[in-house]
Design a protein around this ligand. Structure first.
Ligand code: IMP
Length: 423
């Protein structure tokens, strides 16, 4: 069976956790292929709210197996806390949560390096979640990293100490004030590793290969969004992994011709957390309303998210780079009450009108060109089927479908599993 992908098409926080949760009942296996605890996937059901960081969103479905792929970076300390937070559920972690031996580990000193790098950058900082993601991927590509499989070696503590010492030397290079207690960090890491080792480590590419051969249904769950991709995002204000479809191939060891459906998740408007360009950003009442009604605060860091209108130039770009086959529109309910909606359909780029996503979209180069669309006033949160949706929303959907050439198959009208309209 082919592997279906679920990807965020904007700057993350599109609501992927909710859709994976809705879709998981159709899948035997859910996997994560990139990123790490910088992600925060929020799931709301039966009156509970859960935020998952590294654990795949299939963990609440009794029959699903969850695989953390080789492309993910794992912080044992955060991972352990995530498991503890799930203790109220009767989850057989050893059998339903499998971890790739080739996944890289985030060491405490990776987090320190992230903090030092951001501090040294000053006002030019990336706005990182400070979870050590960038430094861990740097060690991976620099061929110095420590992997989950290393924990099965007798000398894993030596590997840890060598890498930690290298990081301490690097911290000197940054020459910024940073307070830390290395012994306490080491102790916490070792205790968490002891817990991690109780889980099952696998050769995940082989496991997935067999699952595909045995016709298992598989969903690969992306983290962050396409515009944060290290190659195709708004570099350098990006994360350090490939968040796009190709990342699923390298982050799981699956071949491109094994990919089936590609679900592209986007919000009916746009948000961004952290620094970096954002052409349709709003600094007025409209932006404040989106932030307030949409509860736009980071699930991982609690930071306020920047809000703005839907950017179709960026959305089309993300659809193209990922080969999206179905679109899912999230948070349509947040736009209820706006008299007029704006959608960016082109950029004025260095004096020219363009419809593609260029090399850089800094405000000095790019000005959004908007098409105005009438809004709707109805509260959508209690609606359960397409025929209840207001005509203005159907027109908005139609406009996006025509612009992207891709069908919107799910419209989300609230955070709960039940507030999901399939088309
Ligand atoms: P890092 O991945 O923590 O280094 O952060 C790099 C950039 O990606 C920052 O602007 C973060 O705010 C952003 N970022 C990382 N993970 C997420 C996410 O899951 N949602 C939204 N933004 C994210």
């Amino acid at each position: 069976m082919a592997v279906d992908l679920l990807l965020g098409l904007q700057w993350g926080d599109e609501g992927k956790g909710k859709i994976v949760d809705v879709l998981t009942q159709n899948y035997n296996l859910i996997s994560r292929f990139q990123g790490g605890p910088n992600a925060g996937h929020t799931l709301i059901f039966d009156g509970y709210k859960h935020v998952l960081h590294t654990i795949p969103s299939g963990i609440f479905h009794k029959d699903a197996v969850n695989v953390v792929g080789n492309g993910v970076v794992i912080d044992p300390v955060i991972f352990n806390k995530e498991i503890e937070n799930l203790s109220q559920f009767d989850i057989d972690f050893k059998n339903v949560l499998l971890i790739s031996r080739k996944a890289h580990l985030i060491l405490p000193t990776h987090r320190l390096l992230d903090a030092a790098s951001e501090k040294a950058k000053g006002k030019d900082k990336i706005g990182s979640t400070l979870k050590g993601i960038g430094p861990t991927y740097m060690d991976k590509t620099g061929r110095n990293g420590m992997r989950v499989g290393d924990l099965e070696l007798e000398n894993w503590k030596e590997i840890f100490e060598t890498l930690t010492q290298k990081h301490i030397n690097m911290l000197d290079f940054y020459n910024v004030e940073l307070e830390y207690d290395l012994d306490a960090l080491r102790e916490e890491f070792f205790a968490s590793v002891a817990e991690l080792r109780k889980l099952t480590f696998i050769d995940s590419e082989e496991y997935l290969h067999q699952a595909i051969k045995n016709n298992k249904t598989i969903l690969a769950e992306g983290a962050q969004g396409s515009l944060l991709d290290v190659d195709f995002g708004t570099y350098p204000f990006v994360t350090s992994s490939n968040t796009t479809a190709a990342g699923a191939c390298t982050g799981l060891g699956i071949a491109p011709n094994q990919i089936g459906e590609v679900y592209g998740i986007f919000k009916a408007y746009t948000t961004r957390v952290g620094s970096g360009p954002f052409p349709t950003e709003l600094f007025d009442e409209d932006g404040a309303t989106m932030a307030k009604v949409g509860h736009e605060f980071g699930a991982t860091t609690g930071r306020a998210r920047r809000c703005g209108w839907l950017d179709m130039v960026a959305l089309k770009y993300a659809c193209q780079v990922n080969g999206v086959t179905q679109l899912n529109m999230m948070k349509a309910d947040v736009l209820s009450g706006f008299k007029t909606l704006k959608v960016c359909t082109a950029y004025e780029y260095k004096g020219e009108v363009i419809e593609h996503f260029p090399y850089n979209i800094e405000p000095e180069n790019v000005k959004p060109i908007y098409t105005e669309i009438p809004g709707w006033q109805e509260d959508l949160t209690g609606m359960t089927s397409e025929d209840q949706l207001p005509q203005a929303l159907l027109d908005y959907i139609d406009f996006i479908e025509k612009g992207t050439g891709i069908k919107i198959t799910i419209v989300s009208v609230g955070p709960d599993r039940k507030q999901t309209i399939e088309r």
